[in-house]
Write a protein that binds this ligand. Sequence first.
Ligand code: SF4
Length: 249
Amino acid sequence: MFVYVGEGPLDGNEQIFLSMEEAISAIQIDFCHYPPQTQLFVDLSPLILDPDIRIVNDARYNGLWISTPGRRRTSRMRKIAPLDLGRLLIDTLLTSPPPALVMAEICHRTFMTHAAPSDSGPGANAGVWICMDMEGFRCRQCGRCCRELNYRHELSSADYRRWQELGREDILERVATITRNGQIDSYAIWIAPGTRHFLEICPWLMPAPVKNKAARWICSIHDIKPDICREYPGIKKHAMMTGCIGFGK
Ligand code: SF4
């Protein structure tokens, strides 16, 4: 088990500070983003739920079981679906956030990286320093993230503004704006110009000149590509969970 005994941020890799609210939100996104992480939910339960609640993950009895709080030894257990356990964990975190030390341990287990508590992060907030664990990453230009991940609704207003300022009509005509009450609320990419239909793959992805047998891809708007593409995979766990090969030999 990871135990942080120092003070202040960790050394040796890029880190980000998450306030307690941001940490809970990041954990929630992690829970929703990937297939149900049953063993992770079980491992987090003692840190988040009432200590009287027992969670058992037993293949012989076909899955996850949860006891009724307050009757640890005697109560009958009921079956619970992994996603329902995930929801219970998030609801409990939202209603009673743990101390920063415990939150750091929850982040460590969830994001599979070093996490250190802090009572005085940016803005003097309590929260957690998260190590991004990206040492050794090198993009192999396999194009998998561009071709297979769903980022259709992840464009930011900063991306859109950047292309407006650069006068990149060729890019803007492939973006659909979604309005609410007359204001742009969000965006959708990439669409066939003049339609509201999504293109099958990113129109800026081009095959690179082949140097060896492995196919490689390049982004033809690399310098001004959307932040969501620029920041991928962000953290090692995300790379592992989405099939990125950037940590391979
Ligand atoms: S999946 Fe990983 S290695 Fe492949 S192009 Fe995307 S970032 Fe690079």
